[in-house]
Write a protein that binds this ligand. Structure first.
Ligand SMILES: [Zn+2]
Length: 156
């Protein structure tokens, strides 16, 4: 997907959920200030912050997240950008590294995933950086729940 994000230090959980939805998202651990905005600008990312006093963001698109809970935060962002996550993009990025997952064969996943997962899944993906293996169903139920809580009347 084209839209990319940079989360400030207070939005680590949101960063993880944006990755689950398939959005290229980096997490800036430094104090959210001008350096944070510069980093976002340099990489053409939308800056997400909880700080209300960062200013307008200059040429950088800045969204000030107002709610505390991650479900509400996702909703705020999707609404601010009029975006609808593509279910096909879900779990295409490593939640830890933000790297694009690569398909691996069932044989390669053997021993790396729980036995019941190995037996019941045919499709596996692997992070090229940390080696973590994902399979359909990883976080799937959580994602559905999160999106349902977001806007109960508007299914995605
Ligand atoms: Zn990884």
């Amino acid at each position: 997907m084209d839209v990319r994000f940079l989360c400030d230090c207070n939005l680590g959980k949101l960063a993880k959920w944006l990755r689950i939805l398939g959005y290229d998202t980096l997490w800036d651990r430094g104090d959210a200030g001008q350096g944070f905005l510069r980093n976002a600008g340099r990489e053409g990312r939308i800056a997400l912050t909880r700080k209300r006093n960062l200013g307008g963001g200059g040429s950088v698109r800045l969204i000030v997240v107002r709610t505390d809970r991650v479900e509400g935060q996702i909703g705020e962002i999707l609404e601010a950008l009029s975006m609808k996550p593509d279910p096909k993009e879900r779990l295409t990025l490593c939640l830890r590294c933000n790297a694009i997952l690569e398909a691996v064969t069932k044989e390669e996943a053997e021993g790396a995933v729980p036995a019941y997962v190995y037996q019941n899944s045919t499709y596996f993906r692997k992070c090229p950086i940390c080696g973590r293996i994902y399979w359909p169903g990883t976080h799937a139920r959580n994602v559905e729940e999160l999106l349902r809580m977001r806007i109960p009347t508007r299914p995605l």
